[in-house]
Design a protein around this ligand. Structure first.
Ligand code: UDP
Ligand code: MN
Length: 626
């Protein structure tokens, strides 16, 4: 680069010399030249002097002008070259300065925000980004820089593109609920809905603010709504709760004010994908009793890149946490990847015929904060004559937050809401919910609110039983009827330590300081099995059974059905406060002090040690000892 610049310089300098020399000739020898040329030419051609003077002087003046021109051009070239040189010099200086600089320090090496993003961010910006991340649970710093109408990959199966839909489809109200989301996130959601929904179908977008405290969601958001409405008259509406009501009531508020035939009730941190609405509207037009869910893709909370999720059905476990389940065999046998998939539940986001949703009771307004409302709706829909489907050709990108800004721990809200569902809809199976959450069956002390109006609704709609739902819709859940005691297990020698599943991965149970989490939940069956480390109770997934391997002094945890098949020693005799004795080996589960004075869990010839378990069922023993 430097060599090339020097060559330019030498060339330019040479050129200037030539021009200067020429100009010298022009200015100082002009008269002499004129005289010489004129006289010699005049002599040769025998022309009168006056004629010659005019023509030749004109030519010479042209030559002079040309020289001036050339001089100016050269000066320009030189100037431009100087400018280029300056820029190059500055760039080079910057590069070498950057090389000299130490790499930027990572201010938050443990923050997940910076695992795959923000490599070269200056320190002050890192701080800004991290603060926003903590406040919102996603990368607001990046969101604020991305265009609202950013393109996202079309994640549909190519066969969806061949599908055609009726020209007459029902109108659509899109409801976006939020509490303390970033303004740019809401604007991107709104923009995606406007850009990717046919305008003839999109009747309105209703924003429901569940009493946000963020300043930018007040006047600022109102201004943005006004701007949208200037462009699309009457399209946007906003309803603001005057107290925090939780997501179920926010969704209900949206449905209550909606006016279109179909409502799509979405989170505010979404971007709908191309063609998302037509499959929904067509399916609900065909059958107004179907509640549908689109397929979600994941917007990464740090990079905002889209990750495609495979098609799955929406299920849940006995705690009523939602999860994805495998596709049903009869759907696979259809061999049509665009066909609706029957689903036991929804994740939360849904679309429905507005009036049908109202008729079956919308969402249970007694649900607080978060969770459970999706399962409640699902059981109600199935048990009361509707159905739920996932539509493979309708895709919505949903941002899965790193953490929720409105609750540090969702478990208490979900547990309370789960009990509401259990008590309203699950009949004799409701105990399973209490068992997996490790809650006493009687006098739980948990206030799940008034459910009388929901029970009245169930009667009014003449809904089917949960037993029918399990057998016909969700056979993957496996109820257990012979658990007679559950919860933490304490040994008579020390009340502060509890039986614990031990390190994961691993299958060696231990004795450990007592806490309130599932690694210390145990389940004793009338038939003698002792589950340790929580209760799964699902078909195709094994719980883990306390086992005497028959040698050594350490007990193990083995997958129950495999252990039973292989004849392992998984059956124990136990009564409240008494020994835990293996039926086959007659060894007892006990604790003893190791060389450093700590208790360890062992299998040994029985001494006088006894165990107490936290909760008992069906008069098997005294209840609620701890
Ligand atoms: N939300 C609400 N009120 C609440 C809690 C949540 O309106 O008290 C909204 C939230 O802003 C979001 C939607 O409910 O748009 C679903 O919540 P979230 O996205 O946290 O749940 P997830 O999608 O992770 O299950
Ligand atoms: Mn969400």
């Amino acid at each position: 680069m430097t060599l090339r610049r020097n060559v330019y310089k030498v060339l330019c300098f040479g050129l200037i010399l030539v021009i200067a020399y020429n100009l010298f000739l022009v200015f100082y020898t002009k008269a002499i030249l004129q005289k010489l040329i004129l006289s010699s030419l005049q002599k040769e051609l025998h022309l009168p002097l006056s004629e010659w003077n005019g023509t030749v002087i004109k030519r010479l003046s042209h030559l002079e002008l040309d020289f001036q021109h050339l001089k100016k051009s050269v000066q320009l070239v030189v100037k431009q070259q100087e400018r280029v040189d300056n820029i190059l010099e500055r760039v080079e200086a910057k590069a070498s300065e950057m090389k000299k600089q130490k790499p930027r320090e990572k201010l938050f090496p443990d923050s997940l925000l910076f695992k795959q993003w923000g490599e070269d961010l200056p320190e002050a910006e890192q701080k800004k980004a991290q603060d926003l991340f903590q406040k919102f649970g996603y990368n607001v710093y990046l969101s604020n820089q991305l265009p609202f109408n950013r393109p996202i990959p079309d994640t549909r199966d190519s066969r969806c593109l061949q599908k055609t839909y009726p020209s007459q489809l029902p109108s659509l109200s899109v409801i976006l609920i939020f509490v303390n989301e970033a303004l740019s996130i809401i604007q991107r959601a709104v923009t995606s809905v406007i850009n990717r929904t046919p305008s003839r179908l999109l009747k309105e977008i209703i924003l429901v603010d569940d009493f946000s405290s963020n300043e930018e969601l007040k006047a600022n958001l109102d201004e943005k709504i006004e701007l949208y409405n200037q462009k699309y008259p009457g399209l946007l509406k906003i309803i603001r709760h005057t107290e925090r009501k939780g997501l179920a009531q926010a969704r209900n508020t949206g449905r209550d004010v909606a006016t279109a035939e179909v409502v799509a009730i979405l989170d505010a941190h979404i971007e709908v994908n191309v063609g998302w609405s037509e499959p929904i509207l067509a399916r609900i037009q065909e059958d107004h009793t179907v509640i549908v869910s689109p397929v979600f893709d994941n917007i990464r909370f740090d990079t905002f890149q889209l990750y495609k999720y495979n098609l799955a059905v929406d299920g849940f476990n006995w705690q009523l946490w939602c999860r994805y389940d495998p596709l049903p065999k009869d759907w696979i046998d259809l061999n049509d990847v665009t066909a609706p998939v029957k689903s036991p539940s929804i994740m939360g986001i849904l679309a429905a015929n507005r009036l049908f949703l109202g008729k079956i009771g919308s969402l249970d307004g007694g649900m607080l904060v978060y969770g459970g409302e999706n399962v409640e709706l699902s059981l109600r829909v199935w048990q009361c004559g509707g159905r739920i489907e996932v539509l493979p050709c309708s895709r919505i990108a949903h941002l899965e937050r790193h953490h929720k800004p409105y609750a540090l721990d969702l478990a208490p809200a979900l547990m309370r809401n789960a009990l509401r569902v259990a008590e309203t809809w699950m009949d004799e199976y409701k105990d399973m919910v209490y068992l997996v959450w490790n809650i006493p069956l009687q006098n739980s002390g948990i206030d799940y609110g008034d459910i009388s109006s929901r029970i009245a609704l169930r009667e009014k709609l003449r809904c089917k039983s949960f037993d029918w739902y399990l057998k016909n819709v969700y056979p993957a859940l496996k109820p257990m009827h012979n658990i007679v005691a559950y919860g933490r297990m304490k040994n008579s020698l020390d009340q502060n330590i509890c039986l614990d599943q031990g390190p994961i991965p691993g299958n060696t149970p231990i004795i450990y300081s007592c806490h309130i989490y599932s690694p210390q939940y145990t389940y004793y069956h009338l038939t003698g099995e002792f589950y340790v480390g929580g209760l799964i109770a699902e078909k195709g997934v094994d719980d883990r059974c306390l086992t005497d391997p028959g040698f050594g002094e350490k007990p193990t945890l083995e997958p129950c059905s495999k252990a039973a098949k292989n004849g392992l020693h998984i059956h124990w005799d136990f009564k409240q406060g008494r020994a835990v004795r293996n039926r086959a080996t007659q060894r007892c589960l006990e604790i003893k002090k190791d060389t450093s004075g700590y208790f360890v869990l062992v299998l040994q010839t029985c001494t006088t040690q006894g165990w107490t378990i936290q909760h008992t069922v069906r008069n098997w023993g005294p209840t609620n000892l701890q």
